[in-house]
Write a protein that binds this ligand. Structure first.
Ligand SMILES: Nc1ncnc2c1ncn2[C@@H]1O[C@H](COP(=O)(O)OP(=O)(O)OP(=O)(O)O)[C@@H](O)[C@H]1O
Length: 258
């Protein structure tokens, strides 16, 4: 059976379960992402009624593709990690030092499934700590479902493209998130930048697969890199304190202003 027939068969199966395939133009992306494993995972999520609409692609990245979807009329983001092209080596390093996942070994597929679970767990910890992130809803194999941050199927803009009135206030808000992430969720984002922050009325942190616990051997390096990235971006728009001073405040060895 050709790939196209395979997809058609899959679409029919999915549609028979009551799921609308919204955007026929996604075939190219589908050829790329929807390998057998992904189709099975998607099928399972549809079967469990966790997905009721599969929409078009929002983002086609190196590590993952993100699709718009719906569950009972509510927007969801369907993030599908690529099994073939994901950066296996980098992922292994992030996993090895994180006690929660240090026992994960083996195949590329296994690692990517664990990575998907890791992003789910990181988002859950951040969400439980009250930090604005997408709420994780479910995961299966290499697919993560989370609430959609956007309106009318259009995601909120990344911070770098957003219209921001008061950069100083947004900067402080984000530093507040980083601190809460560290102190309450016990996580360091580890890839924070104007790309992984969406903005609509307030900032939202996204893309947390790589986030690690503070006991990771490289945690201090990741934390300072995150702060440097923020300072590099925001220093164009507002005053930013010295990185070390910020780190001291976050990890709790500094003095706070009253
Ligand atoms: N929950 C969400 N709601 C709305 N849009 C989202 C959501 N999650 C991701 N996106 C969109 O998809 C893009 C890519 O998401 P994310 O950064 O998580 O994936 P990624 O593959 O790691 O990206 P990249 O490889 O470009 O770093 C985001 O910039 C955003 O536009």
């Amino acid at each position: 059976m050709s790939l196209e027939d395979e997809h058609e068969r899959f679409d029919r199966k999915i549609e028979a379960m009551g799921v609308r395939i919204k955007d026929a133009d996604t075939v190219k992306v589908r050829d790329d992402v929807f390998d057998e494993v992904t189709l099975m995972a998607l099928y399972k999520l549809v079967h469990k009624k966790l997905i009721t609409v599969i929409g078009g692609p929002i983002s086609t990245g190196k590590e993952a593709n993100v699709f718009y979807g719906e569950r009972d009329g509510q927007g969801i983001a369907i993030k599908i990690y690529r099994i073939q092209t994901a950066n296996f080596k980098a992922m292994t390093e992030y996993m090895a030092g994180d006690r929660r996942f240090s026992s994960v070994r083996g195949t590329r597929k296994g690692l990517i499934f664990a990575w998907t679970k890791k992003e789910f767990s990181n988002l859950a910890r951040a969400h439980d700590a009250g930090i604005p992130v997408p709420e994780p809803l479910a995961f299966d194999r290499n697919i993560l479902l989370m609430t959609f941050l956007g309106e009318d199927e259009v995601p909120y803009p990344q911070l770098r493209n957003a219209e921001v009135e008061d950069y100083g206030a947004v900067y402080r808000q984000i530093l507040g998130y980083v601190e809460r992430l560290y102190r309450e969720a016990r996580l360091i984002h580890a890839d924070l930048s104007e790309y992984n922050i969406l903005y609509h009325e307030k900032p939202y942190l996204i893309d947390m697969g790589q986030a690690v616990t503070p006991d990771h051997p490289r945690a201090p390096v990741f934390l300072i890199r995150d702060i440097k990235n923020l300072n590099r971006y925001f220093s164009r728009y507002c005053d930013v304190p010295d990185e070390q001073e910020i780190i001291r405040t976050i990890v709790g060895t500094g003095h706070r202003e009253p």
